[in-house]
Design a protein around this ligand. Sequence first.
Ligand code: 26W
Length: 807
Amino acid sequence: MENNITKEELSTIIRSKLSRHYGISTTEADRAQMYKSCARTVLELLSEKRTKFNQKIKENESKKIYYLCMEFLVGRSLKNNLYNLGIEEMFREVLEEWNFELEDLYQEEPDPGLGNGGLGRLASCFMDSLATLEYPAMGYSICYEYGLFKQKIVDGWQMELPDIWLPGGHVWLNQRNDLVCHVRFNGHVEENWTDEGLEVKHLNYDEIEAVPYDLMISGADSEGVAILRLWRARDLNNFDMGSFASGDYDRAMTEKMNAELICKVLYPSDNHFEGKSLRLKQQYFLVSATIQDIISEHLQQYESLDNFSAKVAIHVNDTHPALCIPELMRILLDEYQYSWPKAYQIVKQTVSYTNHTVLSEALEKWPEDLIKGQLPRIYGIIKGLNESYCQELWKRYPGDWDKIERMAIISHGQIRMANLCVIGSSRVNGVSKLHSDILKKQVFSDYYQVEAKKFTSVTNGIAHRRWLCQSNPLLGKLLDECIGTRYKKDARQLGKFRVFYEDNSVLEQLQSIKLANKIRFANRMHKYGVTMDPESIFVVQAKRLHEYKRQLLNALRIISIYLDLKENPNLNIPPQTFLFAAKAAPGYYTAKEVIRLIWHLSAHIEKDATIREKIRVVFLENYDVTMAESLLPAAEVSEQISLAGKEASGTGNMKMMINGALTIGTMDGANVEIHEAVGKENMFIFGMNAEEVERKWKEGYAASSYYHNNEKIHKVVNSLRQGFNGESFESIYRYLLVGDYGIGDPYMCLADFQDYLGVYQQLLDEYNDPIKWNQMSLMNIAGAERFAADRSIQEYTKQIWNIPTLI
Ligand code: 26W
């Protein structure tokens, strides 16, 4: 590692932080003070590193990457930065001299929940890789005052509590008052033809301030530092003296609140579009501030915007920041007097887009009137883009109104953000092979026929340094001994671990490492009153709760085993612990019912002394990045059981695999590529594939026929009515058999049930043979070589951002 600070220097800096901020010495400091002083020390080191890196970027005139995303799930910063700077050990030693444990200080840091799930965590993994690979990169998002809610389960029902991560998390944020900019809403637009052409004026607008807060992310063993810039909204006229003087103080305060409401809270719905006007404000607030920031940075270095697309790549993560397309148009047209065709060309060449979901209810469609009222100039530009695109289509497909209607941006009073993204960008990317195929063949097939080259596929990846090296140090150490340490910077080296397939000592070590991680996790959970037996198999499903992810299918399988045990208490099965971790969107009733089922099933089994020795269900409250870091290394079985065709990629599947878990899953998302990487002998695949699902759906799926024709399904589904722990689950029973519109079981749990049970039985049989099991585990660790975010980023730079690869 390049950081050559000495222990003495480090100790001096920490002491000076304690003295400057609190006026105390090391003996007087409490944990919180010591934690903050360490954080400030790291920040100082990072700032120096960043300054050097900035100089290099400037000298090289490198193309910069701007990654726009409404969500970033960064996780805790102290540990990650110490690891990446290569100074974790030195910190540990210095702190020990003062009787502090580094691990205790880690626990002081709040985990900023600035995201919902996969999308936000991927964004953070990408920032880690961009910094490590030394690309000049910035992430842009919103500094939500409250992140994703904290989950509390009361008698099985999910309750949501506010996530107060500030002021605790403030220490990592650097407020940049020098970069404040203004964002305009509402008002109306006046157009005047002058000698210079069309002049557009936005009048009577409401203006607010956008204040940036920077969070630095160090690359690992590299010179790179990435910046995540989070915007906060602030009322421009901080205080309305007039209304105060006239006694209308309340009104003055209400108006102030309105501006700051914009970044008050993260919307907690994942994969479900709600069309709320405040959400639209958040989106425009983010993109307007960001585009202004990018342009001013560009103009500081270069004379004009003529070379903008050569020096800038703007990436739109899902459609949430799609308004950056008309926003960039607006600035080029209205503020820099570019012609429409030229502005459109620059925008198209600069912007690229990744889609992260194909669920129709997740597609963003804003009512035309809402955009027109809130963002009149942006509305005019979207209309202009729509008209010129429809004209092009008309030339290409004269008279084919259906097709033109499907491809238009505006239709039936709605603005379709996915269409805007495809039309306004140079690349449209999917997050796994299967997902990209579905985009080409179904979701965007019309566009694919016109511009096939626009479509790319970059399979997601994970920050393996965080998810393997930092969170599973024992496995990291074993890998260092077996294959050397190069895999940390080059995950392809993990493939070399295959050489140890027959090495009994390595296989035994894998087994004892897994046991140690299970014990570590069980001990951590014990503090919260959760009991689990580390000698049992840990079967883990950890992800947002959604019907398509089918936590219900998992629960039905457990009920089936439970009923078998009830019938035959001597059934010879290995002890199993089924762990669930999942947050449901607060208004998602079906999802909350599934949590309630799992929770009461858990309580029911817990009361039955003979059953709980064999199977146990644990619902882990408040799943977040920090919990994932200790849970995933303890997983032995990774449940990836979404209905095929619905999970765009999944990344938890990769995180568990790299920690040696075996996957039981459907041929969905990146599971398909995991299957390709490890082979069918090292994975448990079941159920219909995406094509079979489509076919069955078209044929007309009848859940009730499975219920009537399969005795086991019949019994399991019936048991829901009587319920568990004294609670009936009639609603889920009805959901499976009839549903809201007479279509029961919309995600086809019953169709895949029998196969799921059969393949799970095979898995249990294999578990009986520890050598075999650990060989499979080893093949999964080795097979994870291709699922590193570093690889994804290299592919993005080549295929999407058109940036020369640095290494
Ligand atoms: C408008 C509401 C809304 C909110 C969030 C719609 C959609 C989203 C996200 C795009 C959902 C999401 O996180 N998708 C996940 O993205 C991961 C990273 O690519 C994939 O691995 C997951 O399969 C996908 O569900």
